[in-house]
Write a protein that binds this ligand. Sequence first.
Ligand code: CP
Ligand code: NVA
Length: 308
Amino acid sequence: MLASMKHFLQFKDLTRAELEHLFLRTRVIKERFKRYQPYHPLADRTLAMIFEKSSTRTRLSFEAGMHQMGGSAIYLNTRDTQLGRGEPVEDAAEVISRMVDVVMIRTFEQEIIERFAAHSRVPVINGLTNEYHPCQILADIFTYIEQRGPIQGKTVAWVGDSNNMCNTWLQAAEVLDFNVHVSTPPGYEVEPERAGLLSTAHYEEFLDPMDACRDAHLVTTDVWTSMGFESENAERMTAFADWQVDSEMMAAAAKDALFMHCLPAHRGEEVAADVIDGTHSVVWDEAENRLHVQKALLEYLLLGQVED
Ligand code: CP
Ligand code: NVA
């Protein structure tokens, strides 16, 4: 364990300098991987992954990433562990963190992961909560930088629900100094406190999603109903009907604008098929980059600033 142990529970847990380091390391680690060059700095290290919600990308990228770095990953879920039978999260944290070197958790309220981290001897990573999805935004911003250069001063259009993805984009805008144009249906607006924002200076709200997309450098959206909110699905389908990212919105954005979606996507709901499968879309690179940024994150949390 490092003398100064760090968790990654929300995006702003990393400073701008730390993020710049992570993005540089991501590039190095990705290039090595593409050249089939072994890189095993995490030999004998173990990651425990605790899932209280479903996952494809998060599980696969963390598990493959640990394996590729010479370590191993153990998958735990609520159904098959004592967590599902009411063992206090504090007790679970005490025990799990004595047996592994790092923990990733996907759960419901942010408060749960914070309680776990407060009782953990090892770094804890947020693999998605109701409030935030910081690993995904690391991948999204790395993808933007990789394809278009620095994100500072650029405009990101967020169309849809003010959910965990939206909140994390808003935090990232504060840390990395870019702007977010948000358009949500009435009743689903951003809650700055829940988003963990210092101010409202880095975002602007638009009633019409077309206006949010105008001249944006990146247009992004997410499902209308996030995991844990399934009981609201019917009312959300009605409320969000006009918040589908379509080709007209992409035409209003900057000429070389990118389209991103964290996936899984619902074509014909939050995004039109010709947008997610069209020329602006970088969703497959975005998904792949989960692997590379998280390897850089694991390296940083376990080994500090590696420079080789
Ligand atoms: N984007 C994302 O986190 O995907 P999974 O739910 O499949 O992990
Ligand atoms: N907002 C979505 C993201 C899934 C990766 C959810 O929380 O279900």
